[in-house]
Design a protein around this ligand. Sequence first.
Ligand SMILES: O=C(O)CCC(=O)C(=O)O
Ligand SMILES: [Fe+2]
Length: 213
Amino acid sequence: MSSIPPFNAFEQPAPYRRIEGFMGEETVTRLLAHTVAREKDFQLTGVHGREGGKINPEIRISRVLRDFGDLKGEMQTRFTTVIDLTIKELGMSAIDLEHLELEIVAHGDGAFYGKHIDTMTEYPDAKSDRALTAVYYFHRLPKGFSGGELRLHSIAETEEGKHFIDIAPARDSLVLFPSWAPHEVRPISCPSGDFLDSRFAINCWYHNRRKTA
Ligand SMILES: O=C(O)CCC(=O)C(=O)O
Ligand SMILES: [Fe+2]
């Protein structure tokens, strides 16, 4: 007699939500124009947690820009609209939104981000914590890179090996998942080496207000 193996939530990748056509072509064009115009202002990304924001090319290689220029308000509004349904679909507890943390990240040839979680709970004086992560992809056409999948891992590493799911960084798509979920960015190959051919993404973290004692 066969028996159904017990369900273990720790052995499944975290729940996620994917929205295609999130901004539309016109906005993708404006985002690409902004990104390319500001190429020189992108800085090497650091690693939080024990690394304390330091640059560590063994863990993470990419470049970041936190200035959205004229696009800032529009981005905040667009990302805010998806919170309620996402919380419901992912079965998360409500977020008391303190602020949205937004940045543009460029992954060029050889870039990657090793397995990590996004919560930064090690800062005792913070007013809020990252609760929900959203990543929006907007590479140019024709696509100039390969790889760069977002890999969502299970919390536990099971006997059969690691449990994960790979999500392609599809143009104009948004992926949302709880910030506690382990994940990584698989290595990128970008043969032209041209900044314009990078894997461009917007990271958005929805910060939950900390309860004061
Ligand atoms: O670009 C992605 O797909 C995810 C990026 C990420 O995990 C991060 O910046 O914390
Ligand atoms: Fe992350």
